[in-house]
Design a protein around this ligand. Structure first.
Ligand SMILES: [Zn+2]
Length: 276
């Protein structure tokens, strides 16, 4: 599942590829993709609009349109975009199609059917339920030590579950949470509220470090316009995870075997010696 760096790359690629393109019409083929916008409304709100820019908030991709509307998209497990020439056949699992005036089409395809879209007034974007409760962006000034300590204090859950809660920390998923906790030498089972001030400070810095490292890596990749998905870390980058998906392999610091445990139904990887 794409996390902040992957979504950032997808949003940037879409901004490069679709900014200033004119949408002639749009078609919602799977109604449940956009539960708040029935197909007719979906087409109506996108028809004859121009994409003025594509950006990101948390793991949401936002297409700003020149008609005062914004299309919110979440890739979830397997959503991807494809910019296709008109003669190309639509791929399997096509759930929405945007027809551009230059005879290309932007296709949203989603094998696992968890993707999500909603069209809202740009002015009300910040108040929509998808965005209003999101934690501050990890690279913003609001995401600082004072904020981080305050939200940690309010949580009785494990640190791992805390880090995945997008209302507390925004943009992390299973991979980057594991990597940040490893670098900060904190155990994923630690109750969030019990983390020391010092450790909280280190963890915040490491969250930024792992995200920034991956964003930089992503910016060096060539993205295929016909397959803009959020899984670029699968393309050679995964070999450099320090702890994620390395069960029973030696810790890169101390050679102790990496352990895996289930938390909230998902795997956590950690070094029992480095992350006591
Ligand atoms: Zn270790």
């Amino acid at each position: 599942m794409p996390e902040l760096p992957e979504v950032e790359l997808v949003a940037k690629s879409l901004d490069n590829l679709t900014k200033n393109r004119q949408i002639l019409t749009a078609e919602l083929l799977r109604e449940r993709l956009a539960p708040f916008n029935p197909p007719e409304d979906f087409s109506q709100k996108l028809k004859d609009s121009k994409i003025t820019g594509v950006h990101r908030r948390g793991k949401h991709i936002l297409f700003d349109l020149n008609n005062g509307q914004t299309l919110i998209t979440h890739l979830r497990m397997s959503g991807r975009f494809l910019l296709l020439p008109v003669e190309c056949e639509l791929p399997k699992f096509t759930h929405a199609v945007f027809y551009f005036s230059d005879e290309t089409r932007l296709v949203f395809s989603d094998q696992r059917h968890f993707g999500y879209m909603r069209i809202v007034e740009t002015e009300k974007l910040r108040e929509t339920k998808e965005l209003k409760n999101l934690a501050p962006e990890p690279f913003s000034d609001e995401f600082n030590q004072k904020y981080f300590r305050a939200v940690l204090k309010t949580s009785k859950r494990s640190l791992k579950e805390f880090l995945l809660d997008q209302t507390k920390v925004c943009g992390l998923g299973n991979i980057y949470a594991a990597e940040a906790m490893f670098l900060a030498r904190v155990n994923p089972q630690t109750p969030a509220h019990s983390l020391s001030v010092k450790k909280a400070g280190v963890l915040l810095e490491k969250i930024r470090e792992v995200l920034a490292e991956s964003i930089v890596h992503g910016s060096t990749l060539n993205i295929n316009p016909e397959n803009i998905d959020g899984s670029y870390y699968g393309g050679g980058y995964e070999s450099s995870w320090r702890v994620y998906d390395r069960e029973k392999q030696p810790c890169v610091n101390c050679r102790t075997e990496i352990e895996r445990l289930k938390q909230g139904g998902r795997s956590s990887y950690f070094c029992p010696k480095c992350q006591k």
